[in-house]
Design a protein around this ligand. Sequence first.
Ligand SMILES: [Zn+2]
Length: 64
Amino acid sequence: MIFYNPHGAPELACDHCGCRWVDRTNGAHCYECGEEITVDSIAEFQRALQELATKGPHPGGGTT
Ligand SMILES: [Zn+2]
C-alpha cells in the first residue's frame, strides 16, 4: 500500500493494517501487525519514488 504525504512524496505502508511503521531494515515487516511487506508493494513504492523524481513534487502539472 502506498500513501502520499502532504508534500506529494510516497510512503510505504502495510497492506494488512495500513500503518506506515514498516521495518525495512530487517527484511520488510510491519511493526504493527508483523505481516510481511510484499515485494510487489516495495516495487510499487520504488516506482512511485522514481515517478516523483521524474515529475517533481507537484503532480498534475499545475502552474498555480
Ligand atoms: Zn501491518
